[in-house]
Design a protein around this ligand. Structure first.
Ligand code: NI
Length: 165
């Protein structure tokens, strides 16, 4: 396993449509292990293969119990409800936007051996499924929001709102 460099917005790899995985071999297992190690090291909740320059449909997402879910060739098969909240991305460092997402999302994917399974998530996990899967088609969360803010700016805005109450 090794730590990979996370690509930053502006890198062309982040705008590409990724190809499906066809071989569930050692190379895929290394990719999944590297994604997990890189995500853990970065302290994020999800990471997609194109973010480390690999144009394959592979993502890892942390669930509500902080367990990593490996998703190969994932597709959203069901979604419902609505949530709104701050969202960020390891490829857009220190910038957050207010983004609406479905509150419940079910994904169908394959595991590292190629076996199909379904997994459902709500709230942050549902948000993360949507966010990571979009990376596989070259999209970033910034497309869903008007303005981006730093954590300091968000703190200041929230303090301002508190005062108004
Ligand atoms: Ni992201």
């Amino acid at each position: 396993m090794s730590l990979r460099k996370i690509l930053i917005q502006g890198d062309p790899a982040l705008t590409k449509t990724c190809r499906p995985v066809e071989k569930f071999d050692q190379k895929l297992h290394w990719l999944l292990d590297d994604l997990k190690e890189t995500l853990e090291n970065a302290g994020g909740v999800g990471l997609a293969a194109p973010q480390i320059g690999i144009l394959r449909r592979v993502v890892v997402v942390e669930d509500e119990n902080e367990q990593m879910i490996e998703l190969v060739n994932p597709v959203i098969v069901d979604q419902s409800g609505e949530q709104e909240g701050w969202e960020g991305c390891l490829s857009v460092p220190n910038q957050y936007g207010w983004v609406n997402r479905p509150n419940f999302v079910t994904v169908r994917a394959q595991d590292r051996e190629g076996k199909f399974f379904e997994v459902s998530g709500e709230e942050l996990v549902a948000r993360c499924f949507c966010h990571e899967l979009e990376h596989l088609d070259g999209h970033l969360f910034v497309e869903h929001t008007g303005e981006l803010y730093t954590p300091d700016e968000i703190d200041a805005m929230e303090a301002e709102e508190e005062k108004g109450k």
